[in-house]
Design a binder for this molecule. Structure first.
Ligand code: SF4
Length: 239
């Protein structure tokens, strides 16, 4: 049985915490990492990984366009758990070329431009972060977006060529917040101002009651376009 099938088998029907600890036992410490953008789901996973400290590497993508509140929760998370967090930034030359050619606010002009920006600021740094890794963990949930409705806890990440683990795939948003409130863990202050899913500042806005959780991300685009390329899935082609 290959590693992917073994993980699918041993993780089936397990709790998020059990999945995390099962996958940690299956990989060398330098071959598995948690990707965080300090959203509510990522803070739950960080808490599960750090209480007690497992030593698993945690990294984030610093796009250069994040909210100050995101840097604040990044700082608080480091201090609260006493852990290092690795930052991956865009390649300076690639970023300079993009901005020189298309301007700093290119993302509002077309889906193509928006994807070009996400590629330079997120997708390429993610590839660097995942280089030589065998698996990564992230906080995706099925009910976050139409593009994530079929998500499994253990998947093959075709774009990056490694295993992706989504321990919270079947959690609801309410379960995420119950965990945060019960355990009183650090979280982004923007969540209290109507921001339910938080990305880069120019591409994220607060959403109203009853609106879709990711409707504040790239709000000028239609729902089927709303992935930045970090979580493309073969069964959900980009339109
Ligand atoms: S979310 Fe917006 S600013 Fe951030 S990388 Fe994508 S297009 Fe660029």
């Amino acid at each position: 049985m290959n590693k992917l099938n073994k993980l699918k088998s041993i993780c089936a029907g397990k709790s998020a915490s059990a999945i995390i600890h099962l996958v940690i036992s299956e990989f060398p410490v330098d071959k598995l990492a948690l990707a965080t953008s300090f959203g509510a789901e990522d803070q739950v996973l960080t808490d599960m990984l750090c209480r007690p400290i497992t030593g698993l590497r945690i990294f984030t993508l610093d796009t250069g366009r994040l909210f100050q509140e995101t840097y604040d929760v990044m700082h608080r998370t480091r201090e609260y758990y006493g852990i290092p967090i690795d930052l991956y930034a865009p390649d300076p030359g690639e970023l300079a070329d993009l901005v020189r050619e298309k301007g700093p606010n290119l993302f509002y002009e077309s889906v193509e431009n928006r994807r070009a920006c996400c590629n330079v600021r997120k997708v390429h740094p993610l590839r660097k972060a995942l280089h030589a890794m065998e698996a990564w963990i992230c906080g995706n949930r099925r009910d976050q977006a139409a593009t994530r409705a079929e998500l499994d806890p253990v998947e093959w990440d075709e774009s990056n060529g490694l295993i992706k683990i989504c321990p919270l795939c079947d959690w609801t948003e309410a379960e995420v917040w119950n965990y945060i409130n019960e355990n009183q863990i650090p979280h982004n202050a923007l969540h209290h101002r109507g921001f339910r899913s938080i990305g880069c500042a120019p591409c994220t806005r607060a959403v109203g009651l009853g609106e879709d959780v990711r409707s504040g991300r790239w709000w000028w685009e239609s729902p089927e376009h709303k992935e930045c390329g970090l979580h493309n899935r073969p069964s959900v082609p980009q339109k």
